[in-house]
Design a protein around this ligand. Structure first.
Ligand code: MRU
Length: 365
């Protein structure tokens, strides 16, 4: 991804060798600022406060957080403590747990004196693998978009929810990767961007990315999607995922399920794009078993943005004193999902579909 012509990843080891740099997503789209993480605490706070967010990116940030922790305490109990601190930051995205388990297993297998450098190397490897996976998701998903554009003989209209772009990963994104690959290959694509209340990741982050990459798009209120689908204005929905069960249930940003219902009612294909690190092979009933993060009521009661004068301002939008609930994710049952776009290809959202792409997992589970 390029910002003002300069290539960026969302997370990278800093040139000083002592810290990790991340793009502060709480400041976008109005300010592009890079923040330095120098300790376990910095990494945990960055994930909890959503300076970094998006399932794959919080996994990579947790991996670097563990590396920073090894500088402070490389003992066995240091690994345990740091893993527990990072795992507690956000409960729904399985990539966080996946990255921590992978890092901890490696660190336990090497001497304490080697742990810091091995941890940084492994975190960088996880980041590189994420980029490769997302790029491959883009290649597979772009074929679906190219086929629709060719069949319709006009730009393909994609609806997406939240931000599952390069800002949610290390680069490329999951749901947005097919859009970038198709756009770069000359396939005409237009994207309807759900604003994604309460935090507005669509309006703020997805729109920022698509603008930066020059992809035609239109931001819509969350409630507009069903209407557009009824009127034939959406050819395909593509969303990301924070956790996908072995049976193909897709947990993603709150509101995804409603879009899947509308898509099903209007026969609009509904895809989720995700890397292997998002699949929770231990679960088969997502609605029952995936923990849904409940976030601060203030995200619903208040909005932050930029005034016409150029200042940042936070304003109240809810009647004072009204009780508020803020579930951050929901689960779309597999029966509403047309297919899963992964780094290994596209499959049905079923146990058999996933097992066909990941045969080694069928044996392991
Ligand atoms: O709460 P967030 O902003 O971390 O939620 C992000 C999402 O729901 C994304 O759609 C999901 O992580 C997929 S990211 C490639």
């Amino acid at each position: 991804m390029k910002i003002d012509g300069r290539p960026y990843r969302t997370i990278f080891p800093d040139a000083d060798g002592r810290s990790v740099a991340v793009i502060d997503q709480t400041r976008l789209p109005f300010a592009f600022e890079v923040k330095r993480l120098t300790s376990l605490d910095d990494a945990a706070v960055a994930i909890r406060t959503m300076v970094v967010r998006g399932a794959p990116l919080i996994g990579v940030t947790a991996a670097y957080g563990l590396a920073l922790a090894m500088r402070e305490d490389a003992s066995e109990s240091g690994i345990e403590r740091a893993s527990a601190t990072l795992a507690a930051t956000r409960p729904t995205a399985i990539n966080l747990r996946w990255a921590l388990d992978r890092m901890a297993a490696l660190l336990r297998s090497v001497l304490a004196a080697e742990r810091e450098s091995r941890a940084f190397t492994e975190a960088a490897r996880i980041a590189d693998e994420d980029v490769a996976s997302c790029r491959a998701i883009g290649e597979h998903g772009a074929k679906i978009l190219a086929e629709i554009a060719a069949r319709k003989g006009r730009p393909v209209n994609v609806l997406t929810h939240c931000n599952a772009g390069w800002l949610a990963t290390v680069d490329w994104g999951t749901a947005l990767a097919p859009i970038y690959v198709a756009h770069d290959a000359g396939v005409p694509v237009h994207v309807f961007v759900d604003e994604t209340r309460p935090r507005n990741q669509g309006a703020a982050l997805t729109a920022f990315e698509l603008n930066a990459h020059g992809v035609p798009h239109t931001v819509i209120a969350d409630n507009a999607g069903g209407h557009l689908m009824q009127h034939g204005q959406v050819d395909i929905c593509i969303v990301g995922s924070d956790r996908t069960t072995a049976a193909g249930d897709v947990c993603n940003k709150i509101g995804t399920y409603l879009k899947a219902l509308a898509a099903s009612d209007n026969r609009v294909p509904f895809y989720a794009a995700l890397p292997f690190s998002t699949i929770d092979w231990t679960l088969s009933d997502g609605v029952r078993d995936i923990p849904i993060e409940e976030r601060d009521a203030r995200e619903v009661t208040h909005l932050t943005g930029r005034t016409d004068a150029g200042d940042f301002a936070t304003i109240a939008v809810v009647s004072p004193g009204s009780p508020v609930a803020n579930p951050a994710f929901d689960v779309t049952p597999a029966r509403l999902v047309t297919g899963l776009i992964t780094e290994r290809g596209v499959c049905e959202a079923t146990e058999e579909g996933l097992a066909g792409l990941y045969p080694e997992r069928r044996k392991a589970a």
